[in-house]
Every structure is written in structure tokens, then in C-alpha cells.
Design a binder for this molecule. Sequence first.
Ligand code: COA
Length: 380
Amino acid sequence: MSKVESYEGAIDRGLEGIVACSSAISTIHGSTLLYRGYTIEDLAEHATFEEVIHLLWRGTIPNAEELAELRTRLGANMKLPEEMRVWLVGMPVKVHPMDFLSAVVAGLTLHDPEANVIHEAATRSKATRLTARLGVIVGAYEQARKGRWPLEPDPNRSLSWNLLRGITGKAPTPQQERDFDVCLILHADHELNASAFSARVTASTLSGLYSSVLAAIGTLKGPLHGGANQAVIAMLRQIGSLDRVDRWLDDALARDEKIMGFGHRVYKDGDPRAKVLKKMSERLTSEVGRPELYRMSVRLEERMAEKKGLIPNVDFYSATVYEALGIPDDLFTAIFAASRVVGWCAHVMEQYENNRIYRPRARYVGPTEARYAESRGTGR
Ligand code: COA
């Protein structure tokens, strides 16, 4: 196939197969995902989320001193500005948590004197502030809708500890903290996914980091991207029991419905993140006395493979993992954002290093010979 033909094929097909930029941050490599050359399986087993932040932003696994410094800077930035805390409690909470997140990030923009400064040091410190705070905002939303003040973050604890505690109101056990940390690692970046692309397009106009992250949050919200994890748990609730899975799925496929948590543009033989989450889902659902959720998921996976040849993606087993960790369904996508913000920031930093504005063309298929005088008053 010639180059031109392959471009033609990508038009109106979501830019499938198009390489839009060079990146050294992460890539889908065979059947695995690499962050700066390290496999996701390796990082999920051995690293912490904070180490992965350093890796994605700086390109290296931090030494003890670098890690301590990053943790200190994150801890120091967790607390929301005082004027924001009051504003936050007055905000409507019967809204989509992702809209709440966007509104509060827009609010943070107003309180950050460096909001529109794009030199490297300012971008790095804003990345630290946003990463430290996104999880705190999710927790604040959960507390606000219960009519409570946000919990004070503990700067000496990890981001995963603070995020889980901010939502559930209870200090997580070391095992829960570690499980959640692995979830955050798995979601932190994924090469040129739709929201990272959004962030890069916005950054390419030399708009600041906040604008880029806001664009990315809006993009992640959709059910074809980050919104799928919430849809997965809704689907499992609707199915209700193991014996109803086959019938439910056959009916849904007969209606040509998309089954959430399945399929991927790039992975065709399996998403490595889903494999890690599957094991975690089995253990956690059994620990909380809900093994049926895992069994239903496995049956859906088998049946989807038989009927459609489609594989579970990262959203599929993360749904039951979050459910078992006691996280409300409608926060699943916001949690995804609290992790993916790390990748968005890495992409914005990389975009600034070698920037040229994204400005593709559209194949024009509209008319070319319309005349105003002939159309005036005709409604044509
Ligand atoms: N359920 C049922 N059929 C699916 C499907 C799903 N989850 N995902 C893809 N398909 C089918 C499509 O209907 C299409 O069939 P067709 O060729 O007969 O029309 C074919 O597989 C190709 O799918 P397409 O939507 O073109 O793939 P894509 O690369 O554009 O989209 C996703 C990838 C992930 C957006 C898509 O698989 C999807 O919508 N999945 C559900 C949402 C989800 O889990 N998103 C999270 C992504 S991490």
C-alpha cells in the first residue's frame, strides 16, 4: 500500500495508523507497554507511583535523594489554596465528577500566578502542583457530596494513600495502598492516546499547562476513552449474576451494542495492563466477599473472545478492582485522570521541547460554487 493510500484510509477513521509526533515517553511495544524503556509489568511489580512520575518526567528511575525531593514537593503542594477550599464547598455536587474536576482545575488556574508561564521550570512546578492536587480534588468532591469538608491531606504519605483515604474517609491498609499504587502506575501514560494528543495539540499553540490538562480532562471523560471503566461496573450490575452473562451478552451483541471495556485500537493480542488488573481483581473481589463479580468478568471475557475476537482493555478489570477498594462508580474516571495527569504533563513538557503548532488539513467534501445572491432568502 502506498503512503498516500494509507493516509486516505485514516481519514474519517480516527487517524488510525497515523504517526503524529516523535516521543520518548512511552510506547506500545509488541505485546507490552514501555515507559521510557521499562515494561509495565516490571514497573507494576517493583516501582512506586512516585518513582514512575520521576521516570515519565525526567526519564530515569530516581535515586533516593531525587525520590525524597519529589515526595517532599508533592506533599507540600497537596493542600488546595485556602480561598479555593471555601469556593469548593459551595460548588454544586450533583454534577459529573469529571465536570467538577474541570471546574476546580480551571479555578486553580485563577490562583496560580504562573498559570500562563510556559518556561521549563514553571511548567515543571505546575505539573507537580496539578499532580499533587488532582486526587485531593476527587476526594473533596466525594466529601462535599456527603456534606463534609475535604479531608486534610497527609504530606508524608503517598499520593495513592491520600487519594484512597480522601475518597473513602478511612486510612487504607498497606496492601490496599500498594494495590491502588499499582493501578495508578498502570494508568499513568499510554503513548498518543486521545487525551494525551488533546493535551499536546493545546500545548502546541503555546497555551499553558493548565489549558492542556483541561483539554485532556474533557477528552478523557468520554465513554470511548476513560469513561469506559464506569460503564463496565454499570454493565456488571445490570447483568446481575454469572448465569445471566451469556444471554445478556448475546442480546447486546445482537443489538450491535459496544461492550464497554473491550477492544483497543492498537493492542490486538491483549492489553498488558488488563492482565495485571485481572489478577488483582480475582484476589480483591474474593477478599471482599464478591467473587461473583470476577467470575462474571471472566465469563464476559471468554464469550467476547469467542463471539467477537475482542480483548479486555485497561478499563475492564480496573472496574472490579475499584469496586472492591470501595470507590464509588462515578469516580472511576476521575481517578484515571488523577493518574493520567502525569502522562499529560510529560507530553506537554516534551511538546514544548520541540514545538510546532499542530495544524492538519481536512479533505473538503462540501460545495465550492455557492453564490450568496442566489441563495438569499431561499433557505438553501
Ligand atoms: N464491543 C463490540 N464491538 C466492538 C467493540 C466493543 N467493545 N470494540 C470494537 N468493536 C467492533 C466495532 O463495532 C467494529 O466492528 P465493525 O468493523 O463490524 O464495524 C470493530 O470492532 C472495530 O472497532 P472500532 O470501533 O472501529 O475500533 P476503534 O479502534 O475505532 O476503537 C475502542 C477502539 C477502544 C474505542 C473500541 O474498541 C470501543 O469503543 N471499545 C469500548 C469502549 C472502551 O472500552 N474504551 C476504553 C478504551 S481503553
